[in-house]
Design a protein around this ligand. Sequence first.
Ligand code: SAM
Length: 256
Amino acid sequence: MADWSATQYLKFEDERTRPPRDLIAQIPLARAERVIDLGCGPGNSTELLVARYPDAEVIGLDSSPDMLRQARERLPKCAFIQADLASWTPPERTNLLFANASFQWLPDHQAVLRRMLQALPPGGVLAVQMPDNMNEPALALMINVAGRGPWAGNPALAAAARAALPRPETYYDLLEPLCARLDIWHTIYNHVMGGPGAIVEWFKGSALRPYLSALDPSMCDDFLAVYLEAIKQHYRARHDGRVLLPFPRVFIVAMR
Ligand SMILES: C[S@@+](CC[C@H](N)C(=O)[O-])C[C@H]1O[C@@H](n2cnc3c(N)ncnc32)[C@H](O)[C@@H]1O
């Protein structure tokens, strides 16, 4: 898949940085020695961790060169490492593993979550947020548009959709046996978007990436035009012409 674009992702920085703020607010650690931001992206979530734990060594980890370049520019005093979460193991003396909007991209994220939690010392915390939006129209319409039009039949497009997340009970059964304390909750944000086109721009920075990577480049604009028309049908303008993007997210704070 093509690399992430930090610039595209940060077009909605305020909205994208709200969930990590809400996640950090529930972490039951007054102090930390070492904090690692898993899937740190352009450093927006890492910056929040530095502010919350000013005395800790805060490290950002990501697999994307473009995201890491932006993160290093933003936080020159922090260490950033390029690694794949699927195979990476936390170093000793890590008190907090923080992952905002990254684990949903891992094919077997449940096994990786368990492995991360097992690597923490007693009292260590794994704090995770993932979009739980595969049943929202914006995501369902990607699958729908991929299945009609001149690109239909492209097997890479058919494989572009992420699997829906399991229910909270599944995370409870998976993680609780390893935990002294476990907190799971959902929040549905209603992001105010300038119009239907802004919804397309939002997802160009995230969930549309696998689709656009799978398409022949000459078809990307046509695909996006069909997707925009479909979005217009499902996200109606409010009284001021703007649209609301309901966005459910699941939060997990697990303490060893
Ligand atoms: C949606 S961004 C989240 C950025 C930031 N944490 C935030 O709060 O906005 C997801 C990040 O996860 C990273 N990522 C996805 N899969 C990964 C993997 N297997 N290993 C490491 N990083 C990964 C991506 O490169 C991307 O920067």
